[in-house]
Structures are given as C-alpha cells and as structure tokens.
Write a protein that binds this ligand. Structure first.
Ligand code: ADP
Ligand code: BMX
Ligand code: ZN
Length: 287
C-alpha cells in the first residue's frame, strides 16, 4: 500500500493507493502563511491517519523537487514559501521510505500510462494555482538535471505582459493560471474574486469574465503550440481545476485551431481528472 500525497498551491491531498487504485483520500487547504512549520503541521495532520496501512510514501509537489528539497519557482503560489526540506519532513512524520516528484511531472506520468502506448511524446499541463507541465519524451519522464524540466508555465508569451512571481515578465502562468484569472477579475470587478467565481460569471455570459477566461485559454493554446514546435509532442493533456473546468478545453482547442496546422496538437482532458498527480506519483513509485 502506497501513501500518495499531492501538494498544490491551493490544496493538499493524500490517498491510500493499491495497484493504481485509490482506496481512500483526504484533503485539506494549503496553509497560506508561507511558514514552513505550518506546512509541516498540515502534512502531519493529512498523512498520520494513513500511517498504519502505508509501506511507503510518495509525494507529488508543486515546486522544483531536487535533492530532497522543494524550492519554489514562484514563491507567491505557496504564500511566499521559498524552500522546504520536504524529504526530511515527510520521513520524520512517517518513518517510512519517501520518494518525491514535481506535481505536474507526476501527473504527466499517470496520464502517459492512460494513453496505453498510443504515443511516445506528450505534455501534461495543469492550469491550477499556477501553470505546471510535465513532459514525457520518447516514453521517458523528463525531470531535468535539477528538477526544472517541464516548468513551461514560466516560458514567456507576452513581453509586455504582467510580471510573474518567478521574476520574469509575461509568463504563461501570470496570464493563464487560476491565480491570474482571480487577480485580473478582482481588478476589473473591484471585488475579490477567485477563478471559480469568474467561471460562474463566464457561464452567465458576462463580458469581463469572458475576456479573462478566453485570455487564459488562448495563452494555454500558445503554450501547447510552442511545445509542439520545441518537442513535436503528439498529445497534450489538460488538468488542474481550471484546466478541467466546464468549457475550458473547448476554448483551448478553438485557439489551437487558429494556429497553422503544423503547430496544432491533439489536446484532451486528463483521464484521471483531479487524481492525475496522486495516481501518477503512486505509479512512478511502484515502478
Ligand atoms: P492546486 O493548485 O492546489 O493543485 P487546483 O487544481 O484546485 O489546486 O487549482 C486551484 C485553482 O483552481 C484556484 O485558482 C481556484 O480558484 C481554481 N478553481 C477551483 N475550483 C474551480 C472550478 N470549479 N472552476 C474553475 N476554477 C476553479
Ligand atoms: C508553479 C510551480 C510548479 C508547479 C506549478 C503548478 C512553484 C511553487 N510551483 O509553476 O512547480 O508545478 O506551479 O502547481 O513554484 P499547482 O500548485 O498549481 O498545482
Ligand atoms: Zn514565471
């Protein structure tokens, strides 16, 4: 039995996984304080109830995962938290063997498995608190020399765009993420609003919400075509709460059709839905 943990900018989830089947799950909010003690405490609360059944722990986490530490590309996504000793904290909580992977890389591995060898080159893109991506090239998951591989949310698509928390200007994440959707909507509407509320207004046909959601989907379409040009991916898979939101895939597909045929990519929803990171991490740990 594997305890698989997903650390996102908005939610923390843990599941007991056996033979790629999720048997039981728990979920809590990610602490917003940016204090590492608060994240440690939340992880302890989340994982402890599963400790009697688990034989190992695997963690799919937002951020760069390298040498047992989590470092943020965009610390804003974790309330300012920049560096966290993830391996030693989870080992301390569990007393079990621990493996770590980036969340989007884990989800890419889970979704690649779902494609059942119908392609060898794919990208998973999560549109969530941030925009993350995982790449499988020649059937091999790319983590890079220091864990950074696949951080396509921090490729730039608009040199006059907003400044991203990573320090670059015009990143896909600063335009398309759930956080970016909420920020732009809060500016336009003059009240604090999250991405879920913006989608509700979008579905009611409101013009500002329409502009903001289209801008996000169009940025993700640009990103997918850029990945096609770079890596000749055959399939792109969308996940995360924004990526999976009603109507979003249709918009991304529409903007992809506006690209020249050479740069168009077969784009689909994550078959594992919100569990792509958890299931992919468990699969990766068991191999
Ligand atoms: P995490 O980033 O922790 O993996 P999510 O994938 O749930 O978590 O992404 C969080 C982002 O998705 C937030 O910006 C939130 O406002 C937005 N969100 C959550 N639920 C929905 C929904 N039903 N429709 C659109 N956006 C959503
Ligand atoms: C950010 C980056 C990525 C992550 C992506 C999606 C941090 C803390 N995270 O680009 O490592 O994969 O967000 O993360 O810099 P999520 O929390 O939105 O799932
Ligand atoms: Zn960035």
């Amino acid at each position: 039995m594997i305890i698989a943990v997903d650390i996102g900018g908005t939610k923390l989830a843990a599941s007991l996984v056996h033979n790629q089947q999720i048997l039981e799950s728990r979920r809590i909010s990610t602490p917003k304080s940016g204090a590492s003690g608060d994240l440690s405490h939340a992880l302890e609360q989340l994982i402890t109830p599963f400790l009697r059944q688990g034989k190992q722990v695997v963690v799919a986490s937002t951020g760069i995962i390298n040498q047992g530490r989590l470092t943020a590309v965009n610390p804003d996504n974790l309330g300012g938290l920049n560096d966290f000793p993830l391996q030693s904290v989870i080992e301390g909580i569990s007393g079990l063997p621990v493996k770590l992977l980036n969340d989007a890389q884990a989800a890419a591995w889970g979704e690649f498995y779902q494609l059942e060898s119908t392609c060898q080159n794919m990208a998973f893109i999560t549109v969530s608190t941030g925009v993350g991506a995982g790449l499988v090239i020649n059937s091999s998951l790319q983590t890079g020399s220091s864990g950074l591989a696949g951080h396509a949310g921090h490729t730039t698509i608009d040199i006059q765009g907003p400044v991203c928390g990573c320090g670059r200007t015009g990143c896909v994440e600063a335009i398309a993420s759930g956080t970016a959707i909420g920020t732009l909507a809060s500016e336009r509407y003059g009240i604090s609003m999250d991405a879920k509320a913006v989608f509700e207004r979008f579905h009611q046909g409101e013009q500002d919400a329409r502009f903001i959601i289209h801008r996000s989907a169009s940025a993700i379409a640009q990103l997918i075509s850029n990945l096609k040009a770079l890596l000749d991916i055959e399939v792109a898979v969308l996940g995360g709460s924004v990526g999976l939101a009603d109507g979003y895939l249709d918009l991304v597909q529409y903007y992809i059709t506006q690209q020249p045929a050479l740069f168009q990519v077969d784009t689909r929803l994550a078959q594992l839905g919100h569990d792509a990171g958890i299931t992919g991490a468990a699969l990766w740990a068991s191999q």
